[in-house]
Every structure is written in structure tokens, then in C-alpha cells.
Design a protein around this ligand. Sequence first.
Ligand code: PLP
Ligand code: SF4
Length: 451
Amino acid sequence: MSEANTVIPLREHPEPAHPEPRRFKVFTARQLDKITQLERLDEETRFAMRVVANVLPFRVNEYVIEDLIDWDKVPEDPIYQLTFPQKDMLAPEHFDKVAEAMRGGDKEEIDAAVADVREALNPHPAGQMEHNIPEVDGEKIDGIQHKYAETVLFFPSQGQVCHSYCTFCFRWAQFIGDNDLKIAAKEAGQLKRYVQAHPEITDILITGGDPLVMKTKNLRAHIEPLLELEQIRTIRIGSKALTFWPYRFVSDKDAEDLLDLFREVRAAGKHLALMAHYNHWREMEPAIAREAIRRVRETGAQIRAQGPLLAHINDNADDWARLWQTQVELGIVPYYMFVERDTGARHYFEVPLARAWEIYRDAMQQVSGLARTARGPSMSSHPGKVEIQGITEIHGEKVFVLRLIQGRNADWVQRPFFAKYNPDATWLNHLEPAFGEDRFFFDDELADMEG
Ligand SMILES: *Cc1c(COP(=O)(O)O)cnc(C)c1O
Ligand code: SF4
């Protein structure tokens, strides 16, 4: 545990960035050799990177390489770990299999090895998509997920990429959409009809990939029809563009149009929440990133921050304290700390639940109440979002105290429950009920729901 009163270092606040347009230049696995910064790494490390980049997502843009990564701190640099593949992200047997095929040079063999390894990495975790596919007029709609009564998730097909990819994310396995306004309009129509058939829905969460990869005109085609609906109170947009491409809000051709769209949402009397994905305070340091935040806030939109706890990137309390404190100073509301699970490189990034809670608690102790709005550590699991509230001892038994902050059944929300302490557990399915019980309180009902 670190000192409770660790002083958060002051940072210089740079001049606001001039909105000079910047060309979006992106590198994928095939262009690894074109990234000059990698020349400082030895040949073996670069080969390992190519091996892993064949299996896990790799896409990184020039802004991230030049302005976010501190190359003097590589390989420990958190943004480097967030975006560049590392040898240990694959299990040794998986790594060797692909490496061997690559040394052999036979394209078919390489493809087969990559396909095998990917399959073993569970590209579609948690049955997320399979379980909650809704229907409109008897027709299944792929781009909608409706798990909690008041909020529907919407994945526009044009928003299934990101400005860079995070090494721990497997969502890239989703299809890549067609950039066509007609598709946007069709999906928007389905979403609107679905919402109208479900009066309990008040929130729409537009997510991806990253929906802000879309041109503003396509995003507008999704959002405008929703503004006519009285029942919709909040529109959320899940995005990492404030980190990976802040120019989206500042100097891109349709940046101003995007901010106007945000204003329109406000003018229609709805709350607009940009659910910003942040992993590290360094993402908020560049002047351009701060300018983007300022511009978004100026529209009346609220930025809320969420992100997973990850080994090699942010698994210490001081970084979380500074992340939350910086967010508060910039007018962003800390919202969730997640436990990461949906990942191909899980073993590389995972943090035991007991340790996750220690980090959370230790970070909370370093900040004032204004920065204590982040809930967590939270597991987005089958029954709902399960928060680790603490570790304690009750009548001689060491237990995790848990609660659901979201539930498949709203009646489960906020009920405390207990699991046997297990120092190695990294996910809910590793936990057993405490006090000799054989089921958690929601288990029977959950089983019924699944039929
Ligand atoms: C987290 C989540 C939501 C939103 O829940 P809030 O607690 O309102 O932020 C909605 N749907 C799914 C599937 C989620 O995982
Ligand atoms: S969906 Fe989010 S976590 Fe996944 S690569 Fe894109 S920005 Fe990163």
C-alpha cells in the first residue's frame, strides 16, 4: 500500500493546441516495418511483435506513436503496452506455433496457425452477442443488445473499428462495416422501432469499436431520429477518440459539425454523455487532448470516464488516483473501473480480484470525494455488473463482499452478497458462495431466464 496522502504532482498546463489539421495516418500489422521508432528495438523483439500482430489486433496511428508514447520508457511505457503487441501476450505454445509457421514462410501454414490460435483465444467471450439479441417485428437485429431494462446498446455497423486498437481488446473480431449512409439510415430505423416497442428504455448507448470513427453525417443519421422520442432521456456515445484521435473534435473536416450535433442533442432536451475510455492519465496530457475535452464540454455534453484495470498498464493505485484527479480537474466524471476479461491476451493483463480491490481502495484514499465517483472494480458478467465492495471477515470466514450495480433483473441491484475469499480468483466464475451455501441468490432465476 502506498502513502494515503501521496501528493499528486502538478503538471504544467500547456498552451491550448492550435487547431492545425493533422492527417490521420495509421499503421497495421503489414506496415510494422515502416514505424521508424521501432528501429531502436532488437531484431528478436521486432520479430516477436510481428508474430503477435498476426494474431492480436494491431492498428496504431501516428499521433499515438509520436505524441502519446514515451519511447525512452519503452517497453514499460503504458501507452506502448496499450497499443503495441508484446511477445508474452501469447501463451508460449501459441507463440511458437505461429513463429514457426512464419519462419517457414508458407502463407497457408501461417494462416492456419493464426486461425487455430485465434480460435483458442475465445474471440467471442461471455456470450455477449449470442444472449441478448433483440427482435423487431419478428426480425432479429444484430446491432442491438438489450440486457438492462433502461439502456439499450447499439453497435452501428460503420463504427466497428477504432482510431487505434488496444492490445487487450478482442472486439476487432467484429465485422468491419460498410461506409454507406443508406445502411446507417436502415439501422437507425430499426433502432427507433425497437425503442418505441420498449417504453422502459430511457438511455441509448452507441458503441463499437468506436462510433466516432464514423463521419458526422452518418452519426447524425443515427442520432437525429432518436431526438424525436420523448422516452429517450440520455444518449451516450462510447469512444476512445479523446485519446486516440483528439483531432476528431478539433480540426478534422467535420469536427465542428460533430460539436454541432452534440449541441443539437442538448437543444432537444436530452443529456449527451460521451463515455470516454481512459486507461492512463498520460492520455490526457497532450495539449490537443485537452483542447478536445474543452470543446466537447463546451457543447453541454458531459464526459464520463471508464476503463479496465490492466497489468502492465495501470495496475497500481497511484496511476488511478492521478487518472481520476486529472479527470476531475478537466471536468470529466470518473464513472467505472472495470475488471478486464474480454480479451485475447487475458493472462497477460489480468489482475486478481483481491489485488484489484486493493488498488481501487488505495487510489480512492488518495483523492477527494469529487474523484470518488468511479464505481468498481466491476465485472460485466452474466447476471450483471458485479462490484467488489471489499474483503472482510465475518464470524471467522474471510469473504468478498459483492453487490450488483446492474442486474439482468432490476430487483437484484444493490443487494449485497458474499463469496469465499480466493486470492487467485480473477473473475466471478472463480468465486463460490460463502457460509457453506451452494448458490448465489440470483443463480436460480438466472438459469430460468436462459431457459
Ligand atoms: C454497463 C452496461 C450498460 C449501462 O449500465 P449503466 O450502469 O447504466 O452504466 C448497459 N448495457 C450493458 C450490456 C452494459 O454492460
Ligand atoms: S473497442 Fe475500445 S478497447 Fe477495443 S480497441 Fe477500440 S478503443 Fe480499444
